[in-house]
Design a binder for this molecule. Structure first.
Ligand SMILES: O=P(O)(O)OC[C@H]1O[C@H](O[C@H]2O[C@H](CO)[C@@H](O)[C@H](O)[C@H]2O)[C@H](O)[C@@H](O)[C@@H]1O
Length: 247
């Protein structure tokens, strides 16, 4: 496994665009905004939404946000952007004009939500309720990772759910909710089809996004210190991502 810190910096965006059309897939937390103690505590620069809108126009619409967050949560931070987007780890997808791309995944049963909330409460975790899953946050108690993972695996097994893990979080998601599937769905249609996909992300689930980009002839850019299995390039920080995106 390569450490992302040993990976080279990507060629500048302007140079890539001279070679041909590029499709950008951007993760949100840890890539466009810094990680915070709690999901609701992130700092979103005032200019970010407008900058993403402008970047999407520069790419003739070939920009998609691909986040683990639910899309309504993302909209709460960025407003209603007219850019392509996929939330809930890629499961819920929309085109820039608001048209849904594919089926909307099912939400969790009320009884499942109640059980997850109660587990979080009993174990001092923060529970993030999401439209199509649930997240058990242990950022302030890293020692609880393994027990939370074991609980989630057991919980998922009997409920048509899968488990993903990320920075300080274990999540329950619907089967097939991957960032690779989101990249694939966008790359099969205009204006993405035929462009070189570039996926930028910092976390474990972004490895799927990198795989999706590779499948369509593109590559991944890992952000931060986490060693990446699949990225071709790396950028050291959120600030470096903004600089690379020229926003
Ligand atoms: O795919 P992303 O857009 O990066 O979303 C991944 C998860 O991001 C959020 O959690 C992470 O960021 C929080 C705020 O910085 C941090 O407190 C938490 O520890 C991180 O795991 C979000 O809350 C999750 O729903 C996303 O799946």
């Amino acid at each position: 496994m390569d450490g992302s810190t040993t990976l080279p910096a990507p060629p500048v965006l302007g140079e890539l665009l001279v070679q041909g059309p590029v499709a950008l897939f951007l993760d949100f937390d840890g890539t466009l905004v810094e990680i915070a103690a709690r999901p609701g505590e992130i700092y979103v620069p005032d200019a970010l939404a407008g900058d993403l809108q402008t970047l999407s126009s520069r790419l003739d619409g070939r920009l998609a946000l691909v986040s683990g967050r639910a899309l309504d949560d993302l909209a709460g931070h960025l407003g209603e952007l007219a850019v392509c987007r996929a939330g809930s780890h890629g499961a819920s997808r929309y085109l820039a004009d608001g048209t849904r791309l594919g089926e909307e995944p099912r939400g969790l049963a009320d009884s499942s939500i109640a059980e997850l909330k109660s587990y979080a409460e009993d174990h001092g975790l923060f529970y993030e309720e999401k439209a199509h899953g649930g997240a058990l946050h242990f950022r302030d108690q890293p020692g609880k990772r393994d027990a939370t993972l074991a609980f989630a695996a057991d919980f998922a097994g009997s409920r048509d759910l899968c488990v993903t893990s990320g920075k300080g979080v274990i999540e329950l998601v619907r089967p097939g909710a991957t960032k690779a599937a989101a990249v694939e769905a966008f790359m099969e249609i205009a204006p993405f089809a035929g462009a070189t996909p570039v996926f930028i992300g910092d976390d474990v689930t972004d490895e799927d996004g990198f795989a999706g980009a590779i499948k369509f002839g593109g590559f991944g850019i890992a952000v931060g210190e986490r060693p990446s299995e699949r990225a071709r390039y790396a950028l050291g920080s959120v600030a470096a991502v903004h600089h690379w995106l020229e926003i």
